[in-house]
Design a binder for this molecule. Structure first.
Ligand code: GTQ
Length: 356
């Protein structure tokens, strides 16, 4: 709600109207004219607060959590990144959930499935996998992995050190529609699934600029469920000499579903962008609150009136319709995600590219 616009308070409402509101209220009716302009604002009034989480400051809490609860008992040992405007609501933006998941050597996060789709963006560690419907993928820093809606998934760490990744889930989109289902884990055996496909199967079948002529995998989610950073980074590096640089985004690419050309996930749009040393983007805003993760490099982002300095693994969020601009102090790579794909499909996504 728009708190800057004073709502009609009781004392300046005409007594006849007040009486009418009380009597109609008893019948579960309410006058639109008292709330019209707080319901339908002239432009977005995001309640999201710009915020940055320094990875160095939160990492000790992840390690401490490992001493308090096992991955198996927690089901998912995640520290939620809570937007300071939405304490206790498990929201990083109004539509999206985000958190950092940690899994220690030898641990397993047991299989479950749910209506909510998840993205994984790998922060640190090696030797852990995530399995989606019986296919494992090894996770490496910078990889983007998709867990589509209603697919079985479990995670395991067969390495020697802690493994940390960022989760992004469409929890609040599913909640808006009251469409949540969940199965597994709490009632299940709590063991890892046995792989039904060899690792690399989906990448070969859908990720080599080839698509099977029969038995194609439909559905809105990318069948390429892992986008390894080695390939992503190499592509950005190869393009940097010639690619047209956007004044607002630098060199920014979306992760695509090769079957449809659409975003890799139907509910969460994901992007990677390269900002070369000293590049300064012109102010940009859109109707999608966006979460950014610094993968490499250092820089700062101005969001509205605030400025946030970031380095590797730091996470920050820019609210809907608040102008932001980035400045790279060294070659920098940012991963980002938002509900842009949903808004585009529903026809109300807007963006503004300011001069300057
Ligand atoms: O890994 O399945 O951050 O179910 C939140 C809910 C991760 C997961 C989260 C989940 C998961």
């Amino acid at each position: 709600m728009d708190s800057s616009r004073p709502a009609s308070s009781d004392h300046n409402i005409d007594p006849a109207r007040r009486d009418f509101y009380a009597r109609s209220g008893e019948r579960n009716l309410a006058p639109l004219w008292e709330v019209l302009h707080t319901l339908i604002t002239a432009e977005p009034q995001s309640a999201v607060r710009p915020h940055l989480w320094h990875y160095a400051a939160l990492r000790p809490f992840l390690l401490e959590a490992c001493e308090l609860i096992s991955a198996k008992e927690a089901e998912r040992r995640v520290l939620i990144l809570e937007n300071p405007a939405f304490k206790g609501q498990a929201k990083i933006t109004q539509s999206l959930f985000s958190g950092l998941q940690i899994i220690m050597p030898g641990e397993v996060a047991p299989p479950h499935r749910h209506s909510q789709a998840a993205l994984r963006f790998i922060i640190e560690g090696e030797g852990a996998y995530t399995a989606v419907d019986g296919e494992r993928t090894t996770m490496r820093p910078g990889d983007f992995v998709v867990t589509p809606s209603w697919t079985w998934h479990d995670h395991g760490n067969t390495g020697t050190g802690p493994m940390v990744w960022l989760d992004g889930l469409d929890i609040h989109i599913v909640k808006l529609f009251e469409a949540s289902f969940r199965e597994g884990a709490a009632a299940g055996p709590g063991e890892a699934t046995t792989p039904a496909q060899p690792e690399g199967y989906s990448a070969a079948r859908y990720g080599a600029n080839l698509l099977p002529v029969e038995d194609d995998r439909g559905g809105p989610s990318s069948p390429v469920f892992s986008y390894p950073y080695a390939r992503t980074r190499a592509a950005l590096e190869a393009m940097r000499q010639r690619a047209p640089w956007s004044r607002w985004h630098g060199l920014k690419m979306k992760y695509a579903n090769p079957v449809t050309g659409d975003y890799a996930m139907p509910t969460i749009a994901t992007f990677i962008q390269l900002l070369p040393k000293s590049f300064k983007t012109a102010p940009y805003r859109s109707t999608s609150s966006t979460v950014f993760v610094c993968v490499e490099g250092r820089g700062r982002t101005r969001i509205g009136e605030e400025s946030f300095a970031w380095g590797p693994h730091d996470i920050f969020v820019a609210p809907s319709w608040v102008r932001h601009s980035h400045e790279a102090e060294e070659d920098a790579v940012l991963f980002s995600f938002s509900d842009q794909g949903v808004q585009e499909k529903l026809g109300f996504f807007r963006e503004e590219k300011a001069e300057g």
